[in-house]
Design a protein around this ligand. Structure first.
Ligand SMILES: [Zn+2]
Length: 244
């Protein structure tokens, strides 16, 4: 499942233009249709080499409210971005907890009321991030791997799994190859268990269907009936689970 569509292309014949206070960048390439993207508070129009200035302006004009909404959404996402620092808010299992750095010889993480306490000696943000990473990776090893294996067993495809990898990636929650290598992003351990279970299901079901066909979604639904709700949750909140 993709988190972002990180398309990139060369700027050919490109440049900046503006329309009624709206700045946008034009990227011409060998494509057939016009498309809009928002990247770091800049609207980008990708268009065919032969697109005229008037055609592009009309397209931008027509999509002005969409552009404004996306720009505002991007600003909100940036504000809500997870920062592992003392006093910052973390969305943990759908609850907003405040991060508390606590001095202590013993390295540990605990949840107490509405606090997520990170304890360590001479703690700083860098150290805390490493500690959170270790904590979530460990949780993923204990939770995701046995459940993915058990589900594959139940579906009769246990022998199709060659490896289950845990990695932090910026663009995906999970991935499954035709060679049976399943990958999960351990950041998903910040999400509620229902969401984690959906992700486990999503990738394991690919062992039977390597696509997103109706047959595939029917299988997902038979294991995870509320999957549409979980996809919605992810769309709405996933930007709050990533930190760098
Ligand atoms: Zn998929």
């Amino acid at each position: 499942m993709s988190k972002h569509n990180m398309a990139s292309s060369n700027i050919i014949n490109g440049g900046s233009s503006s329309l009624k206070n709206l700045q946008y960048q034009v990227v011409k390439s060998n494509r057939k249709t016009l498309a809009l993207y928002i990247r770091q508070q800049i609207a980008i129009v990708r268009c065919p080499l032969r697109a005229s200035k008037a055609e592009i302006e009309e397209f931008v004009q027509k999509n002005q409210s969409w552009i404004q909404e996306r720009l505002a959404e991007e600003r909100t996402h940036e504000k809500q971005k997870l920062r592992i620092e003392d006093g910052k808010i973390i969305l943990f299992r759908a609850r907003e907890l405040s991060i508390l750095f606590r001095e202590g010889r013993k390295e540990r993480i605990l949840i107490n009321g509405n606090k997520l306490i990170i304890q360590n000696h001479k703690l700083n943000s860098h150290k805390a991030k490493i500690q959170i990473e270790k904590y979530l990776t460990q949780k993923a090893i204990e939770y995701i791997i046995p459940r993915a294996e058990a589900l594959a067993e139940y579906l009769g495809v246990r022998n199709k799994i060659t490896k289950i990898k845990l990695r932090k990636t910026k663009s995906k929650w999970g991935h499954c190859t035709s060679k049976g290598v399943i990958q999960y992003n351990w950041l998903i351990m910040l999400a509620p268990y229902s969401i984690i279970d959906y992700m486990i299901t999503h990738e394991v079901c690919h062992l039977l269907h390597m696509d997103h066909s109706r047959r595939y979604w029917d299988l997902v639904e038979s294991i995870c009936p509320k999957y549409l709700q979980y996809i919605e949750w992810l769309k709405k909140h996933e930007h709050r689970l990533w930190f760098d």
